[in-house]
Design a protein around this ligand. Structure first.
Ligand SMILES: Nc1nc2c(c(=O)[nH]1)N[C@H]1C(S)=C(S)[C@@H](COP(=O)(O)OP(=O)(O)OC[C@H]3O[C@@H](n4cnc5c(N)ncnc54)[C@H](O)[C@@H]3O)O[C@H]1N2
Ligand code: MOO
Length: 445
């Protein structure tokens, strides 16, 4: 029997050794909350091309007047100017007036003399990337924020600072102003976040802007075997049957520790069944959770089956109540531990206690997930009388209110009623005389 705190430490230590195996690509919308297994690098630069930062005119040459020769929309849609010189002329009351800088005037919108930029289409807007137009000194194209600026662009003149009329636009520019240069925020190939970073919504958005569809995150995969001839998977249990109360907890228990339950199988009692189920579950996952069969009864084959398949048992029972028959083993070598097996006792509250003791610390270490208990004070006052166990740590379901913990009762090994009412387990060491004890939060999902 391993002491409770030591057992948790052993689980964490094993998880730390195993995490490199847990990196896997996950779709962006499922990656939030996980931790990056690899550095995040830019598949494309940001911006990916030279782009306008303002709606207005891309201009070539110092100005202060330019001939408007076309229009470019975001996405590279290029449109020949078909009416007037664009929005500035329509928006500005003075659009009909003389252009600053001694505008020539005289040209009507219809005969503005605009000519196609080389490569720019001359008919209606066409979809697709802009076919590499070049702006010559003295020319301008009307441009939308985010649209690729033509080669030769010296600046973008925002509508607000432009006066446009008769096919021309005028204004003051500073060289390079309002043009976002390709890669000026992030160069292609740059590392933008190190492995170990938490994936937040902003990280997911950033990854998308860098061209990623998936992120490689630390997300251990778990398969569960729920054992027992008497266990009913659904509905009201029949005579002599017990409804499975552990399987339904496992997806959330896994997720709250940064892992994913990928399969759950109900199996009957039987040594051969256990050996076959362990061997076939282990292949594709990082962790196999076995519920029940952990004790000393005639149908409790977990330890014998592990011995048969050559597993190494790391924690063989934990001196805590409930949950003492729980177990931690692995199927590989000390250098390469391979798939881990966690045995949760069949009594549901014992299974939950074991999940908090061995499973969650193991998974959090594998997933790089934070320990929710880290923010707790070292101990908290426990109200009421609790009888300590003679030699085991007791895990007592408590509600936490006003900085104190109050036992909720109903927390026998076979009952989840207490934990369902509770926020945490108070960790009561053998020989405890109160009133202060550490807490461990119950997973909340
Ligand atoms: N001679 C001894 N007997 C037992 C000991 C012991 O030290 N010596 N320990 C007891 C403790 S403590 C626990 S906890 C249980 C652990 O038993 P197992 O892990 O072998 O589980 P089972 O025997 O299959 O079942 C025990 C109990 O739990 C019910 N059960 C099982 N699975 C589920 C499930 N998925 N959902 C709901 N209930 C479940 C099962 O019907 C039994 O009532 O061993 C004690 N015995
Ligand atoms: O300790 Mo068992 O694990 O209490 O029901």
């Amino acid at each position: 029997m391993t002491p409770w705190a030591e057992a948790r430490e052993a689980a964490r230590e094993l998880g730390d050794r195993l995490w490199p195996a847990t990196g896997r690509p996950v779709a962006l919308d499922r990656a939030v909350g996980a931790v990056l297994a690899r550095d995040l690098t830019a598949l494309v630069g940001v911006p990916p091309f030279d782009a306008a930062a303002m709606d207005g005119y891309a201009v070539a040459g110092p100005g202060p007047r330019w001939r408007v020769v076309g229009r470019v929309l975001a996405g590279g849609r290029a449109a020949e100017k078909t009416e007037g010189v664009g929005r500035a002329e329509r928006a500005e009351a003075g659009g009909e007036g003389e252009l600053p800088g001694g505008g020539a005037g005289g040209l009507s919108a219809a005969d503005s003399g605009s000519h196609p930029v080389p490569g720019l289409p001359t008919s209606d807007p066409v979809p697709g990337p802009m076919p590499d137009p070049v702006l010559r000194p003295g020319e301008a194209v009307e441009i939308a924020t985010g649209a690729p600026v033509p080669a030769g662009t010296d600046a973008v003149l925002p509508y607000e600072h432009a006066t446009a009329a008769r096919g021309e636009v005028a204004g003051e520019i500073a060289l390079g102003r309002h043009v976002r240069r390709a890669g000026e925020d992030t160069a292609p190939g740059a590392t933008v976040l190190p492995a170990g970073s938490a994936v937040t919504p902003a990280v997911v958005g950033l990854a998308a802007s860098l061209g990623h569809d998936t992120l490689t995150v630390r997300r251990p995969r778990i398969a569960a075997l729920v054992t027992g001839d008497e266990i009913a998977a659904t509905g009201r249990p029949g005579a002599g049957q017990v409804r499975d109360a552990i399987g339904p907890m496992l997806p959330a228990l896994a997720a709250s520790a940064g892992a994913e339950l990928t399969g759950l199988r109900h199996i009957g009692d039987g040594f051969d069944t256990m050996v076959e189920a362990l061997a076939s579950a282990a292949g594709p996952v990082d962790v196999v959770v076995v519920c029940g069969a952990s004790s000393k009864g005639p149908a409790d084959h977990l330890r014998a089956a592990l011995a048969r398949i050559g597993a190494t048992v790391v924690v063989d029972g934990v001196s805590c109540r409930p949950g003492h028959p729980q177990l931690l083993a692995h199927l590989g070598t000390p250098e390469d531990p391979g798939t881990v097996v966690v045995g949760l006792p069949g009594n549901p509250n014992a299974a939950l206690a074991a999940a908090v003791t061995l499973l969650a610390p193991l998974l959090r270490a594998m997933a790089g997930a934070p320990d929710p208990d880290a923010a707790l004070p070292p101990t908290i006052r426990v109200k009421g009388a609790i009888r300590p166990h003679a030699h085991d740590t007791r895990l007592v379901a408590v509600r936490v209110m006003g900085g104190q913990a109050e036992p909720v009762g109903h927390d026998r090994p076979g009952s989840l009623r207490g934990p369902a009412l509770a926020d945490a387990y108070a960790v009561i060491p053998p020989g405890w005389s109160g009133p202060y004890a550490p807490l461990v939060w119950l997973p909340r999902g």
